[in-house]
Write a protein that binds this ligand. Structure first.
Ligand code: AMP
Length: 398
């Protein structure tokens, strides 16, 4: 038996999914939350049954031990040596990686170097890698980068109009994020349309706590909304999205906040939370909107408007759009967001939207457009773990 583990290690969390390499059957999925605490939470799901415990897990090495012993205890897997491949999500691959790679010393050194572009994420991804490397002696490892799928963008799309030397000297450019999700959705959309991916143009709306759109032409990203960091693009749960950079020094002067404090405002106090004053959670915004709360209504309208702006831009650059796809927590579940976004663009893109169906469906793969729609609309639940497992299988020849 050959198994593949897809791993997403954060600074205080570890998520994993275990696959049978032949047919990608999911044998177990689990997560460890609150790593570093006495009351960390370890959970594992096997065949729909969930086991959960609260125990001290003080570091990633212990988190990996707990995850692996949970796999042995609760899943059908009885020998960890069957795990032949481990695919690790790495947030930032810079310009060095336009695809997933087998881990070697050079790849590790490069990911370390790129930590300056993703200080919260790359170091945590590497800690996860080292912990699994030590624990699973028989496995080979891959890195799967969030930025890689966006590397097909041309300079005219990814450069900021700053002096060119800042790109050359400091690699300041748009990188984009959620690439593994966008890649899965592009592939799955082509399958649903029953066309070769080379013939399909898609606009993917990955709308979760973090949100990004991507314009994908024939399977290749031509533009995406996140930028040098995940702060850019559309409005998010607590992040601003695009703001005129001159606002930053202006507010520094007016508020007396430090740079770090103001960055906190941009990252954690803005977006839906900042505009509504209610919550960063789309469910609460939706409820308050339905109750007629004015700031919630404004938040809902703004959120859809910013997304529609990007859809319009991407429509122009793609020429024609075969499908708009909603994915991630909000895209898959928020009926109101989907309706408002599509209502804003349906005339331009000749979409016949099935409002009634949209109002009833959450978290399932389904077409929301009707007969005669030039552009189709889908919900496709994203599956980044499957993409990680597929790349790992391909690279390691499992
Ligand atoms: P993600 O980052 O993809 O896990 O998405 C998380 C976000 O999805 C949450 O913050 C919620 O705003 C949103 N979400 C999850 N479930 C629902 C739901 N049933 N209705 C509306 N929004 C939801």
């Amino acid at each position: 038996m050959s198994l593949i583990l897809a791993v997403n290690a954060g600074s205080s969390s570890l998520k994993y999914q275990l696959y049978e390499a032949n047919d990608f059957t999911v044998l177990a999925s689990g997560q460890i939350e609150r790593i570093g605490k006495e009351d960390a939470i370890a959970s594992i799901k096997v065949d729909g049954n969930k086991e959960k415990k609260v125990i001290p897990i003080l570091d990633h090495t212990r988190a990996v031990e707990v995850a692996l012993s949970d796999i042995l205890e609760f899943s059908s897997v009885k020998n960890l040596d069957d795990i032949k491949g481990v695919g690790h999500r790495v947030v930032h691959g810079g310009e060095a990686f336009d695809n997933s790679v087998i881990v070697d010393d050079a790849a590790i050194a490069k990911v370390e170097e790129l930590s300056s572009l993703a200080p919260l994420h790359n170091p945590a991804n590497l800690i996860g890698y080292h912990a699994f490397k030590d624990a699973l002696k028989e496995a080979n490892h891959t890195f799967v980068f969030d930025t890689a799928f966006h590397q097909t963008m041309e300079p005219k799309a990814f450069l900021y109009a700053l002096p060119y030397k800042y790109y050359e000297d400091y690699q300041v450019r748009k990188y984009g994020m959620h690439g593994t999700s966008h890649k899965y959705i592009a592939k799955r959309t082509a399958e649903l349309l029953d066309k070769p991916i080379e013939d399909v143009n898609t606009i993917v709306c990955h709308l979760g706590n973090g949100a990004s759109l991507a314009a994908i032409k024939g399977g290749k990203v031509i533009d995406t909304s996140m930028g040098f960091t995940p702060l850019a693009g559309v409005m998010m749960g607590t992040r601003t999205g695009d703001v005129d950079p001159a606002v930053f020094p202006y507010l520094l002067e007016k508020t007396g906040l430090s740079v770090d404090e103001q960055m906190h405002v941009y990252n954690y106090e803005s977006g839906m939370l900042g505009i509504s004053g209610i919550s960063n959670d789309a469910r609460e915004i939706e409820e308050a909107t339905a109750e007629g709360n004015e700031r919630a209504i404004l938040t809902s309208e703004m959120y859809a408007y910013k997304i529609a702006n990007y859809i319009g831009t991407y429509f122009v650059h793609l020429g024609h759009v075969d499908a708009i796809v909603f994915t991630a927590g909000i895209g898959e579940n928020d009926t109101g967001v989907r309706a408002r976004v599509i209502d804003s663009v349906s005339e331009a893109l000749h979409i016949n939207f099935n409002h009634e169906l949209n109002s009833k469906v959450r978290g399932v793969e389904v077409e929301l457009s009707e007969e005669g729609s030039t552009t189709k609309v889908f919900i496709i639940p994203t599956d980044e773990e499957l993409m990680i497992a597929e790349d790992t299988k391909k690279l390691l020849g499992l």
